[in-house]
Design a binder for this molecule. Structure first.
Ligand code: GH3
Ligand code: MG
Ligand code: MG
Ligand code: MG
Ligand code: MG
Length: 308
């Protein structure tokens, strides 16, 4: 595929090779009721370095997706028992955005509305069966490139570049999902005397402290939204019950107190101050304000502590 029809120029091959390399990290799923066609599609995709799962109809595909939420490409037929392709695409798009998953619709139907129906349901592209193999590969490459670009943009917009934590924008966006949890806990955290770390060991050492503190946050709160709000200030949003949440925070505080961060020849130790708030029907801004008040109190009460 790479060499056939390609101009002699090597630069033409580079994006194709990059695509094949990137495909190693992608998992695809073929949804097709005809076993013959399904096996053919699976073989085509495997030749593109993709790992491939299979489903015989839309319902089975949705179940596979629950088990493998990291599937990033779905190739689907339309006419299938249990659930047709277009309905399935609509269902998939309720939970998976275009930065997470790309979809190619396929159909042998003579209905000329098929393309538009697939695209409106949320497919990235459509191809009529029987298809030309080169065209199939071109379309797969194209929609995967688009998916990867969308994913990169999403991360750039929502993640903190230094620590990899979520940023403030993401933190507030998640608040739109108000029904995500009954009782919401908020914690505001701030590193104590962080300016002194920079002044003593340099800015790069300070950055390393931020990275390692962030790792501790992710380790202790795997099911919460952990964000870097500003310089050395972090915020956690959790749906755990308040007692569990407090216990997690206390364990975090102790881990950080005991953590020795080595940077070049320096051994650096820091502590954090924490303020919390929680409630059932409270606005996020209200909770943040309360938590911030308690953080202020923790600072003034001697730092390295949680105020509730
Ligand atoms: P307190 O215990 O009252 O919080 O004191 P503090 O020194 O931690 O607080 P202050 O707000 O005075 O200082 C925060 C410092 O964080 C100042 C700023 O230079 C530093 N900072 C902010 N962002 C970064 C960053 O990305 N990297 C590094 N290395 N330092 C940062
Ligand atoms: Mg079919
Ligand atoms: Mg966002
Ligand atoms: Mg500070
Ligand atoms: Mg601060």
């Amino acid at each position: 595929y790479l060499l056939k029809d390609s101009p002699a120029s090597v630069s033409y091959l580079i994006p194709l090779l990059q695509r094949l390399e990137a495909n190693l990290h992608h998992k695809a799923m073929v949804v097709e009721d005809s076993a013959t066609v399904r096996h053919h599609l699976v073989n085509l995709l495997k030749r593109q370095n993709l790992r491939v799962l299979e489903a015989c109809h839309g319902q089975e595909a949705l179940e596979q997706l629950e088990l493998h939420p990291d599937i990033s490409l779905v190739i689907t037929d339309h006419d299938m028992p249990e659930k047709d392709g277009i309905t399935m695409v609509r269902d998939i798009r309720k939970n998976y955005n275009r930065n997470q998953l790309a979809i190619l619709g396929l159909s042998g139907s003579n209905d000329d509305a098929m393309t538009a129906l697939f695209l409106k349901a949320g497919a990235n592209d459509f191809l009529k069966k029987p298809f030309n193999q080169e065209e199939f590969y071109c379309r797969i490459h194209h929609i995967l490139n688009m998916k990867d670009t969308a994913d990169k943009l999403y991360r750039m917009a929502n993640q903190d570049a230094l620590t990899g934590l979520w940023n403030r924008r993401y933190f507030f966006d998640q608040n739109c999902n108000k029904d995500r949890c009954e009782h919401r806990n908020i914690a505001m955290l701030d590193i104590d005397f962080f300016k002194k770390v920079n002044d003593t060991y340099g800015h790069d050492a300070g950055d390393e402290v931020l990275v390692q503190i962030s790792q501790q946050l992710q380790l202790h709160f795997p099911d919460a939204i952990v964000a870097r709000f500003g310089g050395e200030e972090f915020c956690i949003q959790s749906c755990r019950n308040p007692q569990q949440f407090l216990l997690q925070l206390e364990q975090l505080r102790q881990s950080i107190e005991q953590l020795v961060i080595t940077y070049q020849n320096a051994s650096i130790r820091v502590t954090i101050s924490i303020g919390t708030a929680g409630g059932t029907h409270h606005q996020l801004s209200e909770l943040l304000k309360t938590a911030d008040g308690y953080l202020y109190r923790a600072k003034h009460n001697g730092r390295n502590q949680i105020q509730v």
